[in-house]
Write a protein that binds this ligand. Structure first.
Ligand code: ADP
Ligand code: GLC
Length: 482
């Protein structure tokens, strides 16, 4: 029997993206489809989403969705079913999905994503004629309240719910006053419900209410049981450990295929690695970096503390001292952005920086860079190291979260076994990162070893195959437990 799943999220490729969440939500329907799961994705009606839909069909209307008129429209995303909550007062505005044009959080984010989650619960529990779902699968805090609505105030027959944590650092925490606008019964205001430190916790409420919890790698699933990574919710995760599953992300291997990538000057395969030199020369030219014999390190990242970018800044002089070069694409904290720009002035022709967001450039960097640096302090899964593996851009990663689960460190045993795919280092400090960079430079000086690492990476399993099956199996188990 086909399992019908409503996948609920605040972003999805190719319509709206601020980070890896969008890649994963955009790929999930295709990942589970081979396992007899029909997934419909539900998104908020931001201007870009509505524009992409064109003349879409309205399938439902809410005179008042937590006080706002809204309608539900149907379309397609990547060949799969899409539903969009068009609430003009909440989502039709310029700026980002979460922030205004000046980068400030929208003041009504609590209400916006509560309304979205209320709509999701309605759709999932059969309030919309013609739409039936067996499972509601909500992603991150923006959708997590859906699980609480299904538990405390379902509109009909509530299906089992799954909440996926893509990042425990973002929890959706709002003042007590918001509770009165949520249309939840009084009993929802409890320590086992939505109450969190005297306010409303969206992710917390979802994790308390969901039938199952997943996160995006097995290592992160273990890490969030501890206070260092649990961000205050480690006790809840420990209490629900039996319902917590770690399922590692895959990548979209059509979008990210070095053999066919239209962004690459010289597409290549595992057998034609030498062609990467052409791509490298193009990246160097784009960043104003001089050619050289040392490796070209690349970074494609939010420039934030989570990503260890402050530590990288402190290590740049050492990296250049080792004969390597560095190209950085990213945006985020203003102080970090300024720090990287200053590094280009200190090392002209050796360090290049592009502040901003550029999907095409990110592909070209993966196809031409020698190694990608991911020195994250925590990383639920991480996708850029997976793109690096696929493109022979050797990942140099901190030993945390999904980075542990996806990269095999080039220690002597792993090299001898032909299993090494990258470099891992332990603590995110300038010394440890410097040592990892030195180790990478030494490996790069041995072409046979380096190419073996690249090839092993390109052949490693970063597809959605196993994880698509794991989600399908979880849905099946929940239906059987019902
Ligand atoms: P996170 O979601 O925590 O930022 P991930 O590694 O899971 O980290 O996903 C980041 C996604 O965003 C990847 O697809 C990456 O290629 C992309 N990305 C990050 N910064 C940029 C940028 N400045 N330009 C283009 N793509 C970027
Ligand atoms: C979050 C995490 C990242 C993960 C992504 C997709 O943004 O920070 O590690 O890869 O979600 O699951």
């Amino acid at each position: 029997m086909t399992i019908r799943v409503l996948s609920i999220a605040s972003e999805a490729v190719p319509l709206v993206k601020t980070g890896g969440l969008a890649d994963v939500v955009g790929a999930l329907a295709g990942a589970v489809a081979p396992h007899d799961v029909a997934m419909t994705t539900l998104l908020p009606g931001y201007p870009a989403v509505l524009a992409a839909l064109g003349k879409a069909k309205q399938v439902h209307a809410w005179p008042s969705l937590l006080g706002e008129p809204a309608r539900l429209v149907a379309g397609r995303i990547g060949g799969h079913a899409l539903l969009v909550v068009d609430a003009p007062g909440l989502f039709r505005r310029d700026g980002g999905p979460y922030v205004d044009g000046n980068g400030r959080d929208w003041a009504d984010n609590g209400l916006r994503f509560a309304a979205f989650s209320r709509a999701a619960a309605d759709v999932a529990s059969g309030a919309v004629r013609g739409a039936r779902f067996d499972i509601a699968h909500a992603h991150d805090w923006q959708a997590a309240l859906c699980a609480a609505y299904l538990r405390f105030a379902p509109a009909g027959d509530a299906p089992p719910s799954v909440v996926t944590i893509h990042n425990m650092a973002f929890q959706g925490h709002f003042p007590r006053a918001l509770f009165d606008r949520l249309d939840l019964p009084p009993e929802a205001w409890s320590i086992n419900g939505v109450e969190y430190h005297g306010g409303v916790g969206f992710l917390k409420a979802g994790l308390e209410s969901a039938w199952a919890i997943t996160t995006v790698s097995p290592t992160y699933a273990r890490e969030i049981r501890h206070s260092e990574f649990g961000m205050g919710l480690d006790g809840l995760i420990r209490a629900r450990a039996g319902q917590v599953h770690g399922i590692v992300n895959g990548i979209d291997t059509h979008e990210w295929d070095p053999a066919t990538d239209p962004q690459l000057a010289a597409p290549f395969t595992v057998r034609t690695l030498a062609r990467r030199a052409t791509n490298r020369a193009r990246v160097e030219a784009e960043f104003g970096i001089e050619a050289g014999t040392g490796p070209l390190f690349v970074v494609i990242s939010r420039l934030t503390w989570q990503k260890g970018m402050d530590v990288l800044l402190q290590t740049i002089d050492h990296l250049i001292g080792c004969g390597a070069r560095l190209a950085v694409l990213g945006s985020g904290d203003k102080a970090l952005e300024a720090g990287f720009v200053a590094a280009t002035a200190r090392h002209p022709g050796r360090v290049g920086v592009r502040i901003g967001y550029d999907e095409g450039l990110s592909h070209r960097m993966q196809g031409g860079g020698d190694a990608i640096l991911v020195p994250s302090r925590f990383e639920p899964c991480g996708l850029t190291q997976l793109y690096g593996l696929a493109y022979g851009c050797v990942p140099v990663v901190a030993r945390t979260g999904g980075l542990v689960d996806t990269v095999v460190d080039a220690n002597l045993a792993a090299i001898a076994a032909g299993a090494a795919t990258g470099v891992q280092f332990n603590t995110v400090t300038p010394d440890a990162l410097a040592e990892a960079i030195e180790r990478t430079v030494l490996l790069h000086r041995q072409p046979a070893v380096w190419q073996a690492i690249q090839r092993a990476g390109m052949k490693s399993d970063f597809s959605w195959g196993r994880s698509g099956k794991a989600y399908a199996d979880l849905y099946q188990q929940l239906l059987e437990a019902r």
